[in-house]
Design a protein around this ligand. Sequence first.
Ligand SMILES: Nc1ncnc2c1ncn2[C@@H]1O[C@H](COP(=O)(O)OP(=O)(O)OP(=O)(O)O)[C@@H](O)[C@H]1O
Length: 308
Amino acid sequence: MRRARIIYNPTSGRELFRKNLPEVLEKLEIAGYETSCHATTCEGDARVAAAHAVERGFDIIIAAGGDGTLNEVVAGMSPYEKRPKLGIVPMGTTNDFARAIRVPRKIDEAIDIIVKGDTIPVDVGLINDDRYFINIAAGGRITELTYEVPSKMKTILGQLAYYLKGIEMIPSIKATTMRIEYDDEVFEGEAMMFLCGLTNSVGGFEKIAPDASINDGLFTMMILKKCNIADFIRIASLALRGEHLNDPNLIYKKASVVKVTSTIDEEEIHINLDGEYGGDAPVTFTNLKRHIDVFVPLEDIRDLDRVE
Ligand SMILES: Nc1ncnc2c1ncn2[C@@H]1O[C@H](COP(=O)(O)OP(=O)(O)OP(=O)(O)O)[C@@H](O)[C@H]1O
């Protein structure tokens, strides 16, 4: 019998996962999986639990939680040579990665995808040599807003909590001086933000990096150069409609390795990894091509040009 390990965050998604656990276990049992569970207890716990699951030889790991939990599970699995397949049950606020691979928010439908058994290999981002991301790495003052939204507020208001925080932060957004090397090119100067994406879903919006492929071995890299608040708002609203790509304030490129350094001693650049704080520059992002096999609804994503 194959063995599945569920790693779930009991604080994400209003306890819904725990309540549905009996049905989840039964579905997996019928599909031939002997399943055990781990409820995460604190930040970082999902990473340790995923590493243990790999060492104990589980065939699949199921991450149930938001993008933060998924990030930790991917980080726990990624250093190993032989990695289990990964199933995802999206329980968070935005669920960018699940959105990009069309895994639905309903728990039973997400489990059905795992039971069906179709997988595709997806790219994973490696930062320096010890941190990972599966969706997006970003930097610049505005990208720090995710740390300032209290978890309880997210549970109650969902994505609205992020919009409210974003609007509150707009007057205080300022540019940061940075050097960004992306493959053979270099940007050096002041920028409002940079994004280094693996999927097309950014903060729940699917047109910001419209052509990001999940397994081409390349990041979709965006740098928004210094601009005034009016331009910032104008470009942000163009981005929501996917009409920002040729804006002169924006650099939009594909790259397999991206290096970000702060060029002013006292200016720190905090790096946001899949929505959580992930250390400071200098950082090197390396694309680990097709690193993890993820369960997907193959018939729903086969025709997307974002999948190779
Ligand atoms: N038992 C726990 N108590 C408090 N925090 C936890 C616990 N288990 C995990 N965490 C932390 O909560 C963070 C956020 O969790 P997660 O991403 O699953 O949910 P979310 O915040 O509801 O979703 P989203 O990130 O999509 O808004 C994780 O990165 C993890 O470090």
